[in-house]
Design a protein around this ligand. Sequence first.
Ligand SMILES: Nc1ncnc2c1ncn2[C@@H]1O[C@H](COP(=O)(O)OP(=O)(O)OP(=O)(O)O)[C@@H](O)[C@H]1O
Length: 253
Amino acid sequence: MQPVLKVQALSKTFNVRAGLFNRKKFEVLKNISFCIGKGETLAVIGETGAGKSTLAKLLAGADHADSGQILLEGNIIEDNGIRDDQCRHIRMIFQDSGASLNPGLTIGDMLDDCLLYNTEFDKALRIEKINTTLSKVGLLRDHQHYYPHMFSVGQLQRVALARALILDPKVVVLDEAVSSLDPSIRAQIVNLLLKLQRDTGLTYIMITHHLSLVRHISDHVVVLDKGEVVEYGATEVVFQNPQSKVTQRLLSC
Ligand SMILES: Nc1ncnc2c1ncn2[C@@H]1O[C@H](COP(=O)(O)OP(=O)(O)OP(=O)(O)O)[C@@H](O)[C@H]1O
């Protein structure tokens, strides 16, 4: 079966300061390759600074790679740093959703803007889509009139999820999206993610330090170390018999 997302030899370099006047190249991601099937969850784990968030941004189109390809359902959506700007099928949710929402916009206006800029929907269709999306993530119709500061942290993650889902993406990248939540709220959001996946065949790429969560919900895992894939396989296999020193260290914590 064709993977929904295929990443081929993705590399990324940052120009970083070296001393007072010089800059040097820092290879943050080196030759990253993996693929993921529809309705599956792939976890990306690694120590601090391994390159996980950079990879998340490249996948979601928030930054560009220097080389390599990203293919969605067999079509190249990024080729050596050139992104198909029309591609809205990979969306991202961050840890601190509150910070990524415009405090001056109601949730309804924010969702409406997403639809206005990315679809040809008329007003009636946009209203219907906003209502069904809010209900999908467990929020009420009335919540569209609320501003971000009126929500709890857990509800804000639902709002972020609504913003990601309103354009019917195929892949959602979750960068520590449930990490800051307290355990009971985290469990609610994880159950919501699993339900959405069961109902719609969504594919997740989950970046997290929570290894119990990785074990609970991911089908495959990629272990990054200093920008390189040091282990990649079925989660159960990797957890039971970790091959790389980094994976062994992570699992022993
Ligand atoms: N814009 C940037 N310019 C220069 N260096 C950067 C930039 N963004 C990230 N880095 C560096 O790239 C490396 C990887 O960062 P990244 O945030 O991707 O790691 P991470 O695995 O997500 O870490 P953490 O688990 O702590 O979030 C780090 O050394 C970081 O300092």
